[in-house]
Design a protein around this ligand. Structure first.
Ligand code: NAD
Ligand code: UGA
Length: 439
């Protein structure tokens, strides 16, 4: 693979941006036998990695990195990476801008670095989530600085945090947006060891597939959340309703867990991003707007429930289980837990005691230090509390001795924002239990 041209002999693949996606991509490609160079402008990140440490929490990543370390070079030197490799992946962050638009400043900077340093044929593969039309822009931008031959490819990533390695190595599909035979052939080659349906499409379709996939999953979540809200009015059970509709193969059972709405660094950003792509092309996305509104209201509804109970029972001490945006990650970006806690903190009489298996340090950076303390374990967070709220469905919460929890609480109220606990068992112990859309 490294013999793609004269100078790029040393490495098969360079990856610009060694964050969540860049690091997983680099390590997984290394495990498939490719020779990788991972670049990041963040010196601390690269120093950590060169020191054998991993800047993110992702189950299994330490083991696979250790095993294939010899196939990866971590550096801040983008010139070296561009020069030594034939295929350059871009995996930099594309956050939401001030007006809801997709902020492309990091992506554009990365392209400029390539454009000004490229000296011979390269395949530039975009893995960041970027607006439709970006591939075309990349073509034009590079041509301003370099008149030789090169290919642009879109290869969106669908991994989830917490199961990223499995998602990368055993994906549901691989999407390649490529428009010339040379790049198509080489892309198929680098993924040849992964068994998955491989769809080769034009670049714009590949770019849109990424947004459409995330927005569709978010739509499923907002849909089931609205059904849950109706269940609360008719005394139905959304878990049963989800099971009942999910058995229809055309609908499927996944992403139908009602709760307090979706969070994370991706769904909120990409759903908003699709709306802004629509705006750019003068298309009004009615569904997408509704998905965002329902998601926001779902959190507000949960906070209202907490306040209503505390008001009724004259309580003020709130135990919180879970801070990350979902289990198995320490990522708290756009975590519903952070938004809910910040809202509760507005009442200075509330005393919040929060626990998360691994996200506490990241949460501390986001949550103002007032009327909150962090607990060493789930039992400590529940101690003397009037109400316990479960926000993130970490599996350890299913194994907690709820009798012990009850003994230590001041009043016995549980609001389960993820429908994780078994209502029958919990009620038998003498708790007041409310889930989302459950009887
Ligand atoms: P991240 O913030 O974890 O990492 C991005 C990295 O890029 C950072 O380390 C940053 O320092 C580095 N960077 C920025 N500009 C650079 C430059 N010019 N040169 C070198 N390094 C540079 O972001 P992420 O979560 O890995 O997401 C990256 C992209 O992938 C985004 O577009 C995101 O939407 C998409 N994506 C993310 C996930 C996910 O689960 N996190 C999944 C699929 C797709
Ligand atoms: C999501 C997508 O699932 C990935 O395919 C995609 O690559 C990624 O975004 C991205 O583009 O970056 P991720 O954000 O890691 O992955 O997490 P998910 O497992 O999708 O969960 C997102 C949010 O939805 C979480 O807050 C989760 O709690 C919530 N959720 C998920 C529900 O409320 N109900 C469900 O049924 C499923």
């Amino acid at each position: 693979m490294s013999g793609i041209n004269k100078k790029a002999k040393k490495r098969d693949i360079a990856i610009i941006g060694t964050g969540y996606v860049g690091l997983i991509t680099g390590v997984c490609f290394a495990s498939l036998g490719h020779n990788i160079i991972c670049v990041d402008k963040d010196k601390n990140k690269i120093a950590l990695l060169n020191n054998g440490q991993i800047p993110i929490y992702e189950p299994g990543l330490d083991k696979i990195l250790k095993k294939h370390r010899k196939n990866i070079l971590f550096t801040t030197d983008s010139k070296k990476a561009i020069e030594e490799s034939g295929i350059i992946f871009i995996a930099v962050n594309t956050p939401t801008g001030k007006r809801g638009e997709i902020d492309m400043k990091y992506f554009k900077a990365a392209i400029r670095e390539i454009a000004t340093q490229i000296e011979e044929y390269k395949i530039i593969v975009n893995k960041s989530t970027v607006p439709v039309g970006t591939g075309e822009w990349v073509q034009k931008e590079i041509k301003k600085y370099y008149q030789g031959n090169f290919s642009v490819v879109s290869n969106p990533e669908f991994l989830r945090e917490g199961s990223a390695l499995k998602d990368f190595l055993k994906p549901d599909r691989i999407i390649i947006g490529a428009e010339d035979n040379k790049s198509k052939k080489i892309m198929l080659e680098i993924y040849s060891k992964i068994e998955a349906p491989l769809l080769v499409v034009d670049i714009k379709s590949a770019e849109l597939i990424k947004y459409a996939a995330n927005a569709f999953l978010a739509t499923k979540i907002s849909f089931i959340n609205e059904i849950a809200n109706l269940c609360e009015k008719i005394n139905g059970d959304v878990v049963k309703v989800a099971e009942g509709i999910g058995l229809d193969k055309r609908i499927g059972p996944k992403f139908l867990n009602a709760g307090i709405g979706y969070g994370g660094s991706c769904f909120p950003k990409d759903v908003r991003g699709l709306d802004s792509i629509g705006k750019e092309y003068k298309y009004n996305f009615n569904i997408i707007k509704a998905v965002m509104l329902v998601n926001q209201k779902q959190q507000e509804r949960f906070v209202r429930k907490i306040k209503k109970i505390l008001n009724k029972i004259k309580g003020n001490r709130i135990g919180v289980w879970g801070l990350s945006f979902k289990p198995n990650t320490d990522d708290v970006r756009k975590s519903p837990a952070i938004a809910i806690i910040k809202e509760l903190q507005k009442n200075i009489n509330y005393k919040i005691q929060a626990y998360d298996p691994i996200a506490i340090e990241n949460a501390k950076k986001e949550i103002p230090f007032k009327n909150i303390k962090y607990s060493k374990n789930a039992y400590e967070a529940a101690k003397n509390a009037d109400i316990l709220i479960l926000i993130t469905d970490w599996s350890e919460f299913s194994k907690i001795n709820m009798q012990r929890v009850k003994k230590s609480m001041r009043q016995y109220y549980i609001l389960d924002g993820r429908n994780q606990l078994n209502p029958e068992n919990i009620k038998k112990l003498g708790f007041y239990y409310e889930g989302i859309g459950r009887k």
